[in-house]
Design a protein. Structure first.
Lengths: 472, 87
């Protein structure tokens, strides 16, 4: 039986040739989760497809029935609530994974020769993924989703010339709610999936030609070829099941509860905000110096930035891929990530508020400046470490100490927090010391004993580091 | 009993498989309309067990099984079972 099975597999494989192409052995360094972020995006897309098809059996894309049919799915369809929740969270996962995949590729310079076209196709796929998020979010027709989509579509109005009305007509139709919902539905279930699949096929074809990118650090002397079956298949299955498990965990802990249906009356009392993946752009539009006609400036800047990112293979022409030896690009990348996170969080906590100029400058420039300074210090320290300069050596040992002894560092930080709090309480109690002597004594004792313990830890760390320095 | 000892891996794998079979049987007969939450929780436990089983299978020897990841997998299963009991 086993011989017959093996013969059958060999017959099929000799006709299709999978073990020579898609299922050929891979390099052992590719058994790393960062090499599989793209595959996880495809898994998320498949989950979206399956849950989307199940919901299509009941969903009605009209203004009157959209909300009611969504509610019907959640309340009366077996596992309907779970399907809706998983569809939402896998959409979020798809966008987050696409961003991680992009930034991982950026930092290890996968866009360099010969993978330039893969980078461009990948960027286009990222735009399509954002399009999925935009179009799908409107479909339940809740007050939050409709208001958020109106805000996002409204941002198009700031584009120059005839671009705004043309884009708005293509995406949202002639202007009625029914046309908008119908177009978003068509885009979400037909147009965008078709574009995504074509781009995916093209990217997979190029991946078959070029293979996985090599690691950037060190020279890969002997690459061990790992067979697809069972090694790579088991590894991929493990990652996929962990991903699905995390999706289910999120669905259990944070099940979807449908907000109220959209009506103009309900929308008037609600402060609209776009979804989290558009919050950063929306936050920039809320800066007071971009009010009115000046709102076109940030949109143009963001569009140019996206275009620059897409054309990065033709801008960064050097052959160096190690992020440790590309300080400018690495610093820019870290800056992009942190600014996006800070702007999104800031946008979430300031819904509908116009941001004063001074605040905008302090926060945006402050984050950028901090990254530049930290990056300069890091790269300078690395250079000193590698040149074995004695002053650099002691600086390196000083910076390395907290990371070499993490347990002691954590205790030190805890003691610092306790002593700071106790010291602050003592200072507050001082004016009325006579009325509260016991509390003052207790907080003073806590502050002093914490300071003593901290000094002992610093002494221990210094001795350990000296011993480490001597032995090296 | 330590992870790297002979015979421990088949024992753990068998235990995980048995757990998965029992949960799958329970999920087959559960009422999907009234017990959606329970279904989700047990499906999560099933996936966590499957992930742990696959992780053990990807390690060529038990010496390569990292205790931290093994513990994370067990905690994930325990987390879902605790949720199931509490609900």
């Amino acid at each position: 039986m086993r011989i017959q099975t093996r013969r059958l597999i060999e017959w099929v494989d000799s006709r299709i040739g999978l073990t020579e192409t898609m299922l050929r052995p891979g390099p052992d360094y590719s058994l790393n989760v960062f090499y599989w972020l793209g595959a996880l995006i495809v898994i998320a897309f498949l989950v979206q497809g399956v849950t989307g098809v199940l919901m299509l059996l009941y969903y009605v894309p009209t203004v009157d029935q959209a909300y009611a049919s969504t509610q019907f799915i959640i309340k009366y369809v077996p596992l309907g609530g779970l399907i809706e929740t998983i569809h939402l969270y896998s959409a979020y996962a798809m966008i987050l994974l696409a961003f991680m995949h992009l930034m991982r590729g950026y930092f290890v310079s996968v866009q360099k020769k010969p993978r330039e076209m893969m980078w461009i196709v990948g960027m286009l796929m990222g735009v399509v993924v954002l399009g999925f998020g935009l179009t799908g979010y409107l479909l339940p027709w809740t007050v939050i989703s409709k208001s958020a989509t109106d805000v996002t579509i409204g941002m198009l109005s700031f584009l120059p010339g005839q671009l705004a009305p043309v884009l708005k007509f293509l995406i949202a139709g002639p202007g009625s709610d029914a046309a908008e919902l119908s177009r978003f539905f068509d885009l979400h279930i037909v147009v965008l999936p078709a574009i995504f699949l074509v781009l995916l096929a093209f990217k997979m074809y190029m991946f078959e030609i070029h293979g996985a990118s090599e690691p950037t650090t060190g020279i890969v002397k002997r690459v061990r070829a790992v067979p697809w079956f069972p090694d790579i298949l088991l590894y991929f299955s493990m990652l996929s099941s962990v991903f699905l498990f995390i999706l289910l965990g999120a669905s259990v802990l944070f099940p979807l509860s449908l907000p109220p249906q959209f009506t103009p009356e309900a929308a008037s009392s609600y402060v609209p905000q776009p979804e989290w993946y558009f919050l950063s752009i929306y936050q920039i539009l809320k800066f007071s110096f971009f009010e009115g006609p000046a709102a076109v400036v940030p949109l143009v800047v963001v569009s140019v930035a996206l275009a620059v990112l897409m054309l990065l293979p033709f801008i960064d022409r050097g052959s160096e891929r190690n992020p440790g030896r590309r300080p400018i690009y690495t610093t820019l990348g870290v800056m992009i990530v942190l600014e996006l996170i800070v702007l999104s969080a800031w946008g979430y906590v300031t819904p509908g508020q116009v941001i004063p100029d001074s605040q905008a400058i302090i926060i945006v420039a402050g984050v950028a400046l901090s990254i530049v300074i930290l990056s300069w210090l890091t790269y300078r320290t690395r250079r000193m470490f590698h040149s074995n300069h004695s002053a650099g050596g002691s600086l390196v040992r000083f910076i390395e100490t907290p990371f070499r002894f993490p347990f002691l560092t954590i205790i030190f930080i805890l003691l610092l927090t306790i002593s700071s709090a106790a010291f602050a309480i003592s200072m507050n109690l001082l004016p009325s010391a006579a009325s509260n002597p016991l509390s003052l004594l207790m907080s003073g004792l806590v502050a002093v004993s914490s300071l003593y313990l901290m000094s002992r830890i610093v002494q221990k760390l210094a001795v350990r580091q000296l011993n480490v320095g001597d032995s090296s | 009993m330590r992870l790297h000892e002979e015979g421990v891996r088949p024992l753990i794998a068998a235990a995980l498989l048995a757990f998965m079979v029992i949960v799958a049987a329970y999920l087959w007969f559960i009422d999907l309309l009234t017990k959606q939450g329970e279904f989700t929780i047990f499906l999560g436990a099933e996936l966590a067990s499957f992930s742990l089983l696959l992780y053990l299978s990807t390690r060529p020897s038990y010496a390569e099984v990292k205790k931290a990841w093994f513990l994370v997998g067990c905690l994930a299963i325990a987390f879902f079972l605790t949720l199931a009991i509490l609900k």
